[in-house]
Write a protein that binds this ligand. Structure first.
Ligand SMILES: [Zn+2]
Length: 324
């Protein structure tokens, strides 16, 4: 089960999505050895990245990046518009123990330093164009202590805050993760269609409330064990028979890394002759391992010479253009 299912409701201005990843998620974690709390956080971000990618019109890559001075220094999750995902986490080497129940706030927001950035990088972006980026601080005004900020505890809260701030769309997200599976569910209130809607505003508002209440009945266990099609039927059976729910064909979500020897050659050229010569003098080769997939690349003196001889600098950030 590695699929994403999108549906729309006829009786409410709502778009919904379910995602469930089995072997795709295992491809990401099998070569890693992260503490359970870190793995859970990464898995929830992977589910969130696929859900968000499917909500936006983008031909390119959605990149979720979190940085902090906490136990997680850097977390990167990427999902292309073809639903190819990859993810990596860099832990703070000074932190030796991470409790299994550590929250997002504890892992990513030490001293209020945590930031979450979501970047939309289109495939046809010109080198001079800056990709769109939305940033959320991982805290919010306290409801009980006016003037104070309180940390955000969960990935779903962070994603909902991002959607509210950046896209101005009311969104509700449920996420779950264990070592075998990640699951996610998203409900989004679509903008009112400027009077052309067949329902009146009050009915649409009621519809959004009704669908959210149905959504709130979902459990983490269901998200991890039940297929998207079954979840849709189970949660929206009455809604479907009363108003109609339209689902689109499920889409496959794959693990795929876009590292390549060509990209490493680009990095070697960017390091420059002096730096590369000093690495070669010290170690004999330039070696690097892809943080996302573990692929190892070795460039000896001859390879480095060839890398410098190649005149074209391909874009080290952009994914390779693929046929559809
Ligand atoms: Zn790779």
């Amino acid at each position: 089960m590695n699929e994403l299912l999108v549906f729309v409701c006829n009786g409410a201005p709502v778009r919904g999505e379910f995602v469930s990843l089995g072997s795709t998620w295992q491809s990401i974690v099998e070569r890693r050895n992260d503490p359970p709390a870190v793995q859970k956080l990464m898995g929830e971000f992977v589910a969130a990245a696929t859900l968000l990618t499917a909500t936006i019109k983008l031909n390119g890559t959605l990149i979720i990046q979190a940085q902090s001075k906490g136990p997680i220094q850097l977390l990167v999750v990427e999902c292309t518009s073809q639903l190819e995902v990859r993810a990596t986490v860099k832990l703070n080497p000074d932190v030796t123990e991470i409790p299994d129940n550590a929250t997002l706030a504890e892992l990513l927001d030490a001293e209020g330093s945590g930031r979450l950035a979501i970047t939309l990088d289109p495939i046809d972006r010109q080198a001079s164009q800056i990709p769109y980026q939305g940033i959320v601080a991982l805290n919010r005004p306290s409801a009980t202590h006016p003037g104070l900020l309180e940390p955000i505890e969960t990935v779903s809260e962070a994603i909902m805050l991002y959607m509210q701030n950046s896209e101005q769309l009311e969104t509700h997200v449920w996420l779950a993760c264990n070592s075998e599976t990640v699951g996610g569910f998203l409900l989004q209130r679509l903008p009112d269609s400027g009077g052309s809607s067949q329902y009146d505003p009050e009915m649409m508002s009621d519809g959004w409330q009704r669908i959210q209440m149905l959504g709130n009945t979902i459990t983490k266990d269901e998200l991890l064990t039940v297929s998207p099609e079954t979840l849709l039927r189970r949660l929206f059976l009455e809604e479907s028979s009363r108003y109609g729910v339209h689902s689109f064909p499920t889409r496959l979500v794959k693990f795929s890394c876009r590292c390549s020897r060509q990209r490493v050659a680009d990095v070697i050229r960017m390091l420059g002759h002096d730096e590369v010569d000093s690495i070669l003098a010290e170690q004999g080769v330039v070696e690097t391992t892809c943080d996302f997939c573990g692929m190892q690349y070795r460039f000896d003196a001859v390879d480095c010479k060839q890398a410098f001889a190649s005149s074209t600098l391909s874009d080290a950030v952009r994914p390779p253009s693929k046929g559809h």
